[in-house]
Design a protein around this ligand. Sequence first.
Ligand SMILES: CC(C)(COP(=O)(O)OP(=O)(O)OC[C@H]1O[C@@H](n2cnc3c(N)ncnc32)[C@H](O)[C@@H]1OP(=O)(O)O)[C@@H](O)C(=O)NCCC(=O)NCCS
Length: 252
Amino acid sequence: MRQIVESGTLRRTIIQDEDYEMVILDKSNIDEMMELQDRIVRNLKNPETFVMDSREFILNSVLEKGKGLAIGVYAGNKLIAFRTVSFPGNTEVNMGREIDIPEEELEHVAHLESTVVDLEYRGNRLQAKMMKRTFKILYRLGYYHILCTVSPFNYPSLKNVIDAGLVVKALNQRSGQYGGKWRFLLARDLREITPKEYTLSVEVKNYDLEKQQMLLNKGFEGFLLSRDRHIIDEFFVHYGIPYKDNTKDIFE
Ligand SMILES: CC(C)(COP(=O)(O)OP(=O)(O)OC[C@H]1O[C@@H](n2cnc3c(N)ncnc32)[C@H](O)[C@@H]1OP(=O)(O)O)[C@@H](O)C(=O)NCCC(=O)NCCS
């Protein structure tokens, strides 16, 4: 039975709004998920920005009990968006090691895997809405280190992820399914109660990968995006040195 975690109304055209329901997905939804993902990939403007998850990965590392979770959005009976998450545990794929998360906290890491929103439903901030729900569920389950990778050329996704409080911690070419594609590694610790403050702020063009790597190696974090022209591939990432932060339960 569908486990509804949110419902509301979506803007489709000026004259047509549509109700939606956000639900927890399970293995019975795999065909709809693959169909939606295939459609998104066929319509990608820049193939650099999105790497599709395999059916096997979604079944075994997301929808398998205890391995991850997925949230979907239905408009009518149609799946129009989903977000997948995996729990890497203390395995070698855990990206926490890349940003020096202490060994004893690696079990608390959740990887945000992919999000897709059907083309005609974009602009409803569905990625952000699904992320907010996902964080609440993850925190209740004991996952407080939220990590994900995003292409430096994917403005909508990066904007949503940074708005959700994740910050850029690293930038490199990733192997495996990414085949050498450039990805930011972003992270948020859900135990942090106040937004981080930064000093020594500098803004860098998103495609200046070398400069961003140099700043990240010096301990800077990317905490804000801006753009002066609405060109999807060109924007600025603002970097700064974080002040030391304090941590506590944010949902209490
Ligand atoms: C990334 C994605 C999930 C976001 O969809 P969404 O939740 O509907 O996002 P929104 O449309 O609300 O957009 C978020 C931001 O991106 C901007 N944006 C969206 N589409 C854009 C476009 N084609 N060109 C320029 N900016 C765009 C929006 O204006 C907004 O920015 P703002 O806050 O500065 O105004 C969706 O674009 C998608 O499915 N992309 C393909 C798959 C993908 O890349 N997934 C993410 C990596 S896993």
